[in-house]
Design a protein around this ligand. Structure first.
Ligand SMILES: [Zn+2]
Length: 269
């Protein structure tokens, strides 16, 4: 499932569309996770002004204060050419450019926002991990009294957005904090450590174009793969030697809230 670095990679890949005018939109079905809005056609004739991201939502800003909101779900991706039967949305531009939304499992979302950024899916989202509103102090206070593991807390979109299974494991390994530690027992210093490692991991992952896993699902807009898996310290390394120098322990996999967590029981406390 795409996490923040993958969605940011897609956003950056779409920036070349800014300034282009939409000629037409073709919907090959009536819905993805939710039905498409009935007036989806109203994007035709409008120029793309900018492309923003909030959490894992792409906000494609159009003329006349219209925004196309898109979420990639589990397997959604934007590309430049038709791929086959999972191409659900085809947008053609006046200059001949084409944008195709492909999504085999159809957990993606597309909707329209008129005027600003108010949308029910965006209303209850927590802070952006790379934004100014988030800090170690802010994280520490949002964890206080929480009786869930820190791993589970980091996946909670009200605490911080865009961090999923891969990056939560990587961040906690690099911060030296056990994924099983209860959120309420994270000290201020630990929260600072988590904050700092989150910045580094996410920025490095964005730089690498995100993470394309062995399933090959994630691709950038131009079909590029994300190279961050080459830098995984712990994710998907069950049974392999811990990557910390001088640690001979093996990486373990446990399941927390139904999701795999990878960690080193010696390096992470
Ligand atoms: Zn270790």
């Amino acid at each position: 499932m795409p996490e923040l670095p993958e969605v940011e990679t897609v956003r950056q890949g779409l920036l070349g569309l800014v300034g282009k005018r939409i000629l037409s939109i073709e919907l090959n079905r009536t819905n993805l996770r939710f039905p498409f809005p009935e007036d989806m056609d109203s994007i035709a004739g409008r120029k793309i002004i900018d492309i923003d991201r909030r959490a894992k939502y792409l906000l494609i800003r159009l003329e006349d204060d219209l925004t196309l909101l898109a979420h990639l779900g589990m397997t959604g991706r934007f590309g430049r050419t038709l791929e086959g039967k999972h191409d659900h949305v085809v947008i053609d531009f006046v200059d001949g450019t084409r944008l195709v939304y492909t999504d085999p499992r159809r957990f993606g979302i597309m909707d329209l926002i008129r005027g600003g950024s108010e949308h029910k899916l965006l209303n209850h989202l927590g802070p952006e991990p790379l934004g100014d509103a988030w800090s170690g102090l802010q994280l520490h206070s949002s964890l206080s009294g929480r009786n869930v593991s820190i791993k589970t807390a980091l996946l909670d979109q009200k605490i911080v957005v865009g961090i999923g299974n891969i990056y939560a494991s990587e961040i906690l390994f690099r911060a030296g904090i056990s994924p099983k530690r209860l959120a309420k027992n994270i000290s201020f210093n630990m929260a600072e450590e988590i904050y700092n490692e989150t910045q580094k991991v996410l920025l490095t992952a964005i730089e690498a174009g995100g993470s394309t896993l062995r399933d090959g699902q994630f691709k950038g807009v131009d079909g590029n793969l994300g190279y961050f898996p080459h830098e995984f310290s712990v994710y998907d390394r069950e049974g392999q030697k811990c990557t910390s120098p001088e640690c001979a322990n093996l990486v373990r996999r446990i399941v927390q809230s139904g999701r795999s967590t990878f960690y080193c029981g010696i390096c992470q406390r």
